[in-house]
Ligand binder design. Structure first.
Ligand code: PMP
Length: 431
């Protein structure tokens, strides 16, 4: 049996270093909220493959649905011989996505591809080029995804030139000193100084920024964006790739704000670990392209569609929105207790919606200066103690908690015990 260290040496020879790793734990087997490594160690998984296995690893109903579909056919290409489970999934997503009026859905394979297609439909529908995104936002690693992403290193630096007509505005983040009003002012200034609104096809926003640090867009800001888009005929695109599918305690994060988008991008939690993404939008927008303008060889893979149907069934049958709230309150409760411990003096903020929770580490609470070293030390200590955690945030000083929504309270508490021990160890090591 090869160890993780041996496998990692082979990986360094065979795979480019540009693909980063949150851990050096090589996975052998996973079940619900646990992963066992090649070294035979057990880990609690608070990453869920970056918010993908909301329904847990190897949910028996998903395994069964995938096996059943594999026995019939694994790929025919929807553009060659269409299949029912694609159409049925589109029907289900049209019925539940936060879009006003009749909706249509196209399927793709990755989140970045969903973002690319959202921009394509917004442009062809409006006949305009401009797209506005926000600082700290993350929208993928394709050229359009990079252009829209609001973090230079490591996502953009050296990879340009990027597509033109992309504008970036400060995300409203009160903890980092930007109010909703200031962001709206920046947007209006952009309309005045850089690009008339009549040239803007779309505004893309994550209702809760994922990679950017689990920053929750204030609901009044989303409301103001909706009004601005209505006023100027701009397509409002909600990137719900990380927030989707019960993670925030509702099927989609926009539901918290009571706002409808014109187009929504979905991926990650959609198919419980199989590569599938979706672009759900107002029917008139989605129909703007002529036949052949949209699609992809693997887009809407039938095995992934079978998994997605089962994910939606499981979310309803196991009431995973309620579980997200219950898990989130355990995590946030423990984090707030730690934040209140004055001897730690390193948690600047605790935030979250449902089971999309995060803590922001600072050098000291008064200065609020980001503490990426401490964050790294906590992640390392957690790994050593058997917990997989992910960081995020513009300054690399945020730890996000993303357990599967099928995790039991016991395992979430066990994970939080490890987190607390890891934090205490990291703080004393760095003092
Ligand atoms: N948008 C958001 C909000 C994301 O979180 C991600 C992935 N982290 C993407 C887009 C890109 O998805 P993918 O990696 O599947 O291309």
């Amino acid at each position: 049996m090869a160890t993780s260290a041996e496998l990692h040496a082979r990986r360094m020879d065979a795979v480019p270093r540009g693909i980063g790793h949150a851990t050096l734990i090589y996975a052998k087997r996973a079940k619900n909220a646990e992963i066992w490594s090649e070294d035979g160690r057990r880990y609690i998984d608070f990453g869920a493959g970056i918010a993908v296995v909301n329904t847990g690893h190897q949910h028996p109903r998903i395994v069964e649905a995938v096996k059943r579909q594999l026995e019939d056919f694994s790929h025919v290409c929807f553009q060659v011989t269409p299949h029912e489970n694609y159409v049925a999934l589109a029907e289900r997503l049209n019925a539940i996505a936060p879009i006003s009026g009749p909706a249509k859905t196209m399927l793709a394979s990755t989140g970045a591809e969903a973002v690319e297609n959202a921009v394509k439909v917004a442009r062809i529908f409006t006949g305009r080029p401009g797209i506005i995104s926000f600082s700290g936002g993350f929208h993928g690693r394709t050229h359009m995804g990079m252009a829209l992403t609001g973090k230079a290193v490591p996502y953009k630096k050296g990879f340009g030139p990027f597509p033109a007509d992309i504008y970036n505005v400060a995300f409203p983040n009160l903890y980092h000193g930007t109010s909703s009003g200031e962001s709206i002012k920046a947007l209006k200034a952009l309309f005045k100084y850089q690009a008339d609104p009549s040239t803007i096809a779309g505004i893309i926003i994550e209702p809760v920024q994922g990679e950017g640090g689990f920053n929750i867009a204030p609901f009044d800001f989303l409301d103001a964006l909706r009004s601005l888009c209505d006023e100027h005929g701009i397509v409002l695109i909600a990137d719900e790739i990380q927030t989707g599918f019960a993670r925030t305690g509702k099927l989609f994060a926009l539901e918290h704000a009571g706002i409808k988008a014109d187009v929504v991008t979905l991926a990650k939690g959609l198919a419980g670990g199989l590569p599938l993404s979706a672009i759900v939008g107002r029917a008139d927008i989605m129909d703007a392209s002529g036949p052949g303008g949209l699609g992809g060889t693997y887009a809407g893979n039938p095995v992934a569609c079978a998994a997605a149907h089962t994910v939606l069934d499981i979310i309803a049958d196991e009431d995973l929105c309620a579980r997200a709230d219950a898990i989130g309150s355990i995590i946030q409760g423990r984090c707030r207790e730690l934040a209140d411990r004055s001897n730690l003096n390193c948690i600047g903020d605790v935030r979250g919606l449902g089971a999309m929770c995060a803590v922001e580490f600072v050098k000291d609470v008064k200065s609020g200066e980001p503490a990426p070293e401490l964050t790294g030390a906590v992640l390392k200590a957690a790994n050593e103690r058997g917990l997989i955690l992910l960081s995020c945030g513009t300054y690399g000083n945020v730890i996000r908690f993303l357990p599967p929504l099928t995790a039991s309270d016991e395992i979430v508490r066990e994970g939080m015990d490890i987190f607390e021990a890891s934090l205490t160890e990291a703080v004393s090591r760095l003092q």
